[in-house]
Design a protein around this ligand. Structure first.
Ligand code: UD1
Length: 430
């Protein structure tokens, strides 16, 4: 099993190309099930989760071709992928496929809308809380679906004649449930209004793509989304938006090590709250023509308190990385996690590097230390694992991160991107 060895101490200088967003690419790929025409997605990141979803969509009947000639973007390679699902050959998403990645559960929306039925295994994914599916069930039921849970599977059927537009207000903000309800409602009879919808940029990206396919969606990016159902969707060509979590992660890495890096091909407006927190910690951040410049020279890292929240708040997906950064601050900071109840598994691993963190309920108190020391650590989930990389970049000596398959789910060519900027990061294959 691969591990990553980081030898700490180097500043980061150079250019890091930002990939297409994993969390946008996944729902966009799933949207291809809504049409018998070809959906072409550009700027798709090369990640384990994308490959897994390709297998899942293939199982439902999608014909998928990846452009042999990769599109050169800076020093990274974005891929263009064509998805054509002329017929849905199977409306079941089996446990073996769905258990590996929670987002694959989202196929329930398009399958139900297009075929009138879906049998989808209850999901797996990162172990960061209980992550129930009640909001999906209630949302789809509001559209008239009949839903039963049987032997670990959700069996959903639409009324004869298809799903029926409705007004539904989510009791809690959910990115995935918003994606699914929006996709399902595109082919419903009549108008659907989703209240308390997620406002994440990835929801807007999905709505833009669905509209390019012929859907009639307004309000994405606000908490009320309206969808006028249409009888069919066509193909389209759509470019996946830049990954704001990858952007924030590398910005925090530069804030940690010091140095001067251009994050290329990204957009500061996707992560204002997180960039503001990094600025307050002492890094300078300026938008450039092609992305964002992050630099920190001389001054130390200041303590900053953050609370995670749905967009436009501080993203839970950057909480672990920010904690990594705060381990070296010059004082005491507090990080409160409000989205997932069990998202502090990185705390004990950061402690192995010498971090001083105490947990009280959903709040972590981080007492900054003047130095961290390299140690063997274990990646526990996707975002937690990269917080260990950030800490390892300044730890004295070697930090060996095991279980890096978590990293490979969400960070494209991480070691290459960091190494090109002067870090010593090496993948070790046993
Ligand atoms: C998505 C992101 C993930 C991010 C999360 C929150 C993708 C592929 N994943 O995950 O990286 O951390 O948004 O920004 O885009 N909940 C329920 N019932 C439900 C559904 C959700 O109680 O039916 C709860 C969850 O347990 C969690 C909260 O709602 O506490 C938010 O989860 P949600 O927004 O649904 O996260 P995901 O869409 O799974």
């Amino acid at each position: 099993m691969d591990r990553i060895r980081i030898t700490g101490g180097n500043e980061l200088h150079g250019i890091i190309p930002i990939s297409g967003a994993k969390n946008a690419a996944l729902p966009l790929m799933i949207a291809s099930l809504l049409t018998d025409d070809t959906l072409t997605l550009e700027n798709v990141p090369h990640l384990a989760d994308v490959e897994q979803l390709i297998r899942i969509l293939g199982n439902h009947g999608a014909d998928i071709s990846v452009n042999g000639r990769r599109e050169r973007q800076g020093e990274s390679y974005a891929r263009t992928i064509h998805f054509t699902c002329r017929n849905i050959v199977d409306t079941t998403a089996p446990y073996e496929l769905v258990s590996k990645m929670r987002a694959s559960f989202w196929v329930i929306g398009p399958l139900l809308a297009r075929e009138g039925r879906a049998r989808v295994s209850l999901p797996g994914g990162c172990a960061i809380g209980t992550r129930p599916v009640d909001l999906f069930i209630e949302g789809l039921a509001a559209l008239g679906a009949n839903i039963e849970i049987d032997s670990g599977y959700i069996n959903a059927t639409a009324p004869i004649g298809g799903l029926i537009g409705a007004r539904y207000v989510f009791p809690k903000v959910s990115v995935g449930a918003t994606h699914v309800m929006m996709m399902a409602a595109t082919l419903a009879n009549g108008t659907t209004t989703i209240g308390n919808a997620a406002r994440e940029p990835e929801v807007v990206d999905l709505a833009n793509c669905l509209n390019a396919m012929g859907a009639k969606i307004t309000g994405a990016g606000t908490s009320t989304i309206t969808i006028d159902g249409v009888t069919s969707l066509s193909g389209a060509r759509h470019r996946v938006l830049p990954d704001r979590i990858e952007t924030g992660t590398y910005a925090m890495a530069v804030a940690m090590t010091g140095g001067d890096v251009i994050l290329e091909g990204t957009d500061a407006s996707l992560l204002d709250t997180a960039l503001e927190a990094i600025r307050r910690a002492g890094a300078e951040i300026t938008p450039t023509e092609t992305g964002i410049r992050v630099y920190r020279n001389g001054g130390g890292i200041k303590p900053v308190d953050v609370v995670t929240d749905p967009f436009p708040g501080f993203p839970t997906d950057l909480q672990a990385q920010f904690m990594g950064l705060m381990t070296r601050s010059s004082g005491v900071s507090h990080i409160t996690e409000t989205i997932f109840e069990n998202r502090f598994m990185h705390v004990q691993e950061l402690a192995r590097l010498g971090a001083r963190i105490t947990l009280s309920g959903q709040t972590a108190k981080i007492e900054g230390v003047p130095r961290l020391k390299g140690a063997p650590v274990m990646a526990t989930d996707l975002r937690a694992s990269v917080s260990l990389v950030i800490a390892g970049l300044v730890a004295e000596g070697d930090t060996m991160v095991s279980r890096v398959y978590h990293l490979d789910r969400g960070f494209e060519r991480l070691e290459e991107k960091l190494t090109r900027c002067g870090a010593i990061v090496e993948r070790v294959t046993d």
